[in-house]
Write a protein that binds this ligand. Structure first.
Ligand code: UDP
Length: 194
């Protein structure tokens, strides 16, 4: 079930159903998955930049991040249930990682921020396995970095580079990975590190 808003198809479900009935089984089956949490800024940017739009449309799922998307869906008389934000889903993914001892890689934000964010995750989700992290001030085309991340075989790869870079990075490098749930989380590491 999808609702198309300005040519972007959003999944029509609740966060809990999305995480537990779609994402959880895909993680357990090691199915590679790309999730984009799109807010109105992303939709607007995608409609102005065809290359970025194709990246967004290549995602397995696009979720509504931002109340503006919910309002638009109501106006179209195809109401989306609720916001499904990168920040909330990041916590749900850490929770799954904690329960199932999944491997997580965290890419993005400033050095001090990512260090603090990793510490927070280790405290709050002690059974999750943070197999690596890197700050986000990188050349997104850097193949060596991407390969070194792929070699760790993470189950979950969170990119906090801001859009459009975080989705561009996933698009450029996910072919190097055998498995993994890829999701851009914007400024979420900054919030986590606070
Ligand atoms: N960032 C990064 N590399 C960059 C640009 C930004 O790692 O080249 C990080 C920045 O430190 C912050 C996040 O990406 O942690 C961007 O957050 P913002 O809220 O601006 O992203 P948005 O939610 O707009 O995608």
């Amino acid at each position: 079930k999808f609702v198309e808003i300005l040519t972007i198809p959003f999944i029509r479900t609740t966060k809990d159903v999305f995480v537990n009935r779609i994402i959880y089984p895909r993680l357990m089956n090691e199915q590679k998955t790309f999730v984009v949490t799109a807010n109105p800024e992303i939709v607007e940017y995608a409609n102005k930049h065809e290359e970025y739009k194709q990246i967004i449309l290549s995602a397995d799922y696009i979720t509504p991040d931002g109340i503006g998307i919910i309002y638009a869906s109501k106006w179209l008389k195809q109401p989306l249930e609720e916001r499904i934000t990168g920040y909330d889903m990041m916590h749900d993914l850490f929770e799954l990682a904690n329960l199932h001892e999944l491997k997580v890689y965290m890419l993005g934000a400033e050095e001090a921020v990512i260090e603090a964010a990793v510490e927070k995750v280790k405290q709050q989700y002690p059974h999750s396995r943070i197999v690596g992290h890197h700050h986000g001030y990188i050349n997104i085309e850097d193949q060596e970095l991407a390969k070194s991340i792929a070699d760790l075989k993470p189950d979950i790869i969170l990119t906090a580079l801001g859009f459009p870079k975080q989705e561009q990075w996933v698009n450029m490098h996910k072919h190097l990975f055998e498995k993994g749930l890829f999701m851009g989380v914007g400024g979420s590491f900054d919030v986590l590190a606070e």
